[in-house]
Design a protein around this ligand. Structure first.
Ligand code: ADP
Ligand code: SF4
Length: 681
């Protein structure tokens, strides 16, 4: 198909200093959870974006010196010449597809931990950054940089830039944002210096200017030098000659760098999930930049709609459409727009499971794109998949995210696929949960897949078809894939933290009961030891229906796991705004006569109680696998369970499981089902 001329502007080439980007699709630097330890994994994860049409593909944060080490978080590094070839692998992979490769050179100053290198932290004035989250608290404080340190700091940037050039990079960054080294000089709250690097804004900008100029002199003949700069904090400080210090910084350095990459100072704000922010939410902190420079400007905003992208360019907000998450969810987004296949874009749902992968220190994974992180080790490509035998029939029971993804991928492989769903609506839990407050984008998991399978001649879909084991046997397929999901149980925890039999009673509900239309009465106590979104989403829902709501949890925060996907603070604020009462670090041990009985998670004995009209238990899910268990013993059919029916988890796990089943249905099992990157001795 031909490209819609409306989107032509997105495919214009743009000059960045001495290099030229083939289009305006720009993968901004973002961590992938691979560090230098997994060079092949990283190269393949980046290559697939270049292949998918992103004109610029960057690394994540790349340490320039051991005095900036973020272990155990997996940053990459260019500490000495030995580190060059690890990067060259990625650069070559990106260049193969005609895209530019960029490296985000990084010194964290006091905004990192140096847990591996054990070198003292350094910063403008010895002021450390916020330690908002336990994982980011350091036991060491930073020491103020003296003039020698500043000279070294500049040299490390230059040396790393030269190594980057040797690796073949086209764009080298200096990172003056997000609480890291040079940014700490820009901020009055962190820079208390009285020398020429402190005090006036001109002085505070000095180090950033010097580094950009040093790097341009060192590598600027062939490499573009990009400046990554966080705007939001300085936007709040009135300037002397302009509206804010952020305006003044951009004006002072206007055409010094070859590219401005503008962003928020907080990773949590920048990666706000769809529950808490809209597409394009960064515009207020980005839109002032372009009028102040003739250099191209890139920024992010979880852009998935090509119309929104065009609007950003035409309204003069950005020159490049920056993306991390949209390029993870669909590495082929640009090519799909280019080929008039916008309908096939696998839109990011803004769930931030990718962010949690990085916090877990593993290659990032994605709810929408199950191939993310598997490109090298399992050779999974996001668009291509080996052809299967069209004579082989597969019956899939259940159309949640697991069943839908399995049907889509098997359909793409060419198998004869039948998908049976008990309900009239496809989508399983996704159709239900996307109706919860803030989760509407999650329906994209269903819509992307149903849109595709409805066009496939080899996939038959039967709605309103609850199948029994006998139905499956009578159907007579080669493979039966059971994707019947899971149900929330009424189990609670004993005071040692182990699951015990659930509570029964008219006023006791599970999330499934609420979804089925049950109406709790009066003050609702939500007992949450699931720790993900469900407890707080139900609290929002029940508040909107006028209930007084209390969340009791065994953790020390509401939705405690969401520290991992950067939602924790936003959820806390939302609960406060809504007037939801919270009770932390308690087991719920009983509920009768309107009294909820609690005991401390620490001593387990100090019983207390609160009044509650109804109780909702958000705890443990149990696989709905009766059909699978019945069929397993039936010889003649290869039967497999996938998704929540196999092991309850997040939607990302269900999609992955469905995809894995489709890829391996005609494969023999291997003990280690993927290639492993090993240190060479
Ligand atoms: P997952 O997350 O693993 O995809 P879901 O709970 O989202 O699981 O989806 C399971 C789907 O299976 C639901 O839509 C449910 O209606 C359907 N289902 C459950 N049992 C049967 C059955 N016996 N026959 C057909 N569909 C079923
Ligand atoms: Fe988007 Fe979620 Fe995938 Fe991250 S994990 S890219 S937020 S769909």
């Amino acid at each position: 198909m031909a490209r819609n001329p409306r989107y032509d502007i997105l495919f214009e080439s743009v000059k960045i200093g001495p290099v030229t980007a083939p289009n305006r699709f720009y993968c901004t630097p973002h961590a992938l959870g691979t560090g230098n330890q997994m060079p092949h994994t990283r190269a393949a994860m980046r290559e697939v974006r270049a292949e998918g049409g992103w004109g610029v593909v960057n690394t994540g944060y790349c340490s320039i010196h051991p005095s900036s080490d973020d272990a155990p978080l997996p940053n990459c590094r260019l500490w000495d010449d030995e580190d060059i070839k690890v990067h060259a692998l990625m650069v070559d992979a990106v260049h193969k597809h005609g895209s530019l490769a960029g490296v985000e050179l990084w010194h964290g100053g006091s905004g990192t931990g140096n847990r591996y290198s054990r070198m003292p932290l350094i910063s403008a004035s010895g002021v450390s950054g916020d330690s908002t989250y336990p994982g980011w608290i350091n036991l060491t404080r930073s020491r103020p940089m003296d003039k020698k340190d500043i000279r070294e700091f500049r040299r490390w940037h230059v040396d790393a830039a030269k190594r980057a050039k040797s690796a073949g990079f086209d764009i080298v960054y200096i990172y003056a944002g997000m609480n890291f080294g040079p940014y700490q000089f820009l901020l009055p709250r962190m820079n208390k210096r009285t020398d020429e690097y402190g005090g006036s804004l001109e002085n505070r900008v000095r180090l950033t200017r010097e580094i950009v100029e040093d790097m341009k002199e060192a590598v600027g003949d062939t490499c573009a030098v990009a400046l990554r700069f966080s705007t939001d904090e300085l936007l709040k400080i009135p300037g002397e000659t302009m509206e804010s210090e952020a305006h003044e910084v951009i004006s002072m350095l206007s055409d010094v760098p070859d590219l401005w990459d503008v962003k928020s100072s907080s990773w949590v704000t920048e990666t706000a999930s769809a529950r808490f922010s809209e597409q394009g939410a960064q515009e207020p902190i980005n839109s002032f930049v372009k009028p102040l420079t003739s250099r191209p400007v890139v920024g992010v905003g979880r852009f998935t709609s090509p119309d929104t992208m065009v609007s950003q360019i035409k309204r003069g907000i950005l020159d490049f459409i920056g993306a991390a998450r949209p390029s993870i969810a669909d590495p082929f987004l640009p090519n799909k727009v280019n080929e008039g296949r916008e309908d096939e874009i696998r839109e990011c749902i803004g769930c931030n499971i990718c962010v949690s992968g990085y916090h877990d220190c593993v290659p990032v994974r994605c709810t929408q794109n199950p191939t993310m992180g598997e490109e090298w080790r399992r050779q999974w490509h996001p668009e291509r998949i080996p052809t299967g035998d069209p004579e082989t029939s597969v019956l899939i029971v259940g159309s949640g995210p697991a069943g839908l993804e399995c049907a889509r991928a098997l359909g793409q492989r060419g198998f004869a696929v039948t998908l049976a769903e008990a309900r009239e609506e496809l989508g399983g839990r996704v159709s239900i949960e996307s109706k919860l407050p803030g989760l509407a984008t999650w329906a994209r998991v269903r819509d992307y897949r149903t849109n595709l399978i409805q066009t496939m001649g080899n996939v038959d879909i039967y709605r309103g078809s609850p199948l029994t084991a006998q139905d499956v046997i009578d159907f007579g397929c080669d493979h039966a894939v059971i994707a019947t999901g899971a149900k929330w149980t009424r189990e609670i925890l004993n005071t040692s933290g182990y699951p015990v039999d659930g509570l029964e009673g008219d006023a006791i509900f599970t999330p499934d009961d609420i979804f089925a239309g049950a109406e709790p009465e009066g003050h609702v106590v939500i007992y949450d030891f699931d720790h993900y979104y469900m407890g707080s989403c139900l609290a929002e829902l029940l508040r909107s229906r006028g209930h007084e709501v209390t969340i009791v949890t065994t953790a020390n925060a509401v939705s405690a796991w969401t520290f991992m996907n950067n939602e924790l603070g936003n959820i806390r604020e939302r609960m406060i705004e809504l007037g939801v009462t919270t009770v932390f670090e308690k087991y719920l041990t009983g509920f009768s006569d309107g009294k909820v009985v609690l005991s401390s998670t620490y001593r387990g004995v100090d019983a207390s109680s609160i009044d509650g009209g109804s109780l909702v238990i958000v705890g443990i899910k149990s696989a709905s696998d009766d059909l699978y268990q019945e069929l397993k013993s039936h010889s003649g059919i290869d039967v497999r369970a996938i998704g929540d029916c196999r092991a309850p988890g997040a939607i990302a796990h269900a999609v992955y499981s469905g995809h894995e089943c489709a890829r391996t249905i005609d494969d023999t099992d291997a003990d280690v089902p993927f290639a492993v990157e090993r240190a060479l001795l």
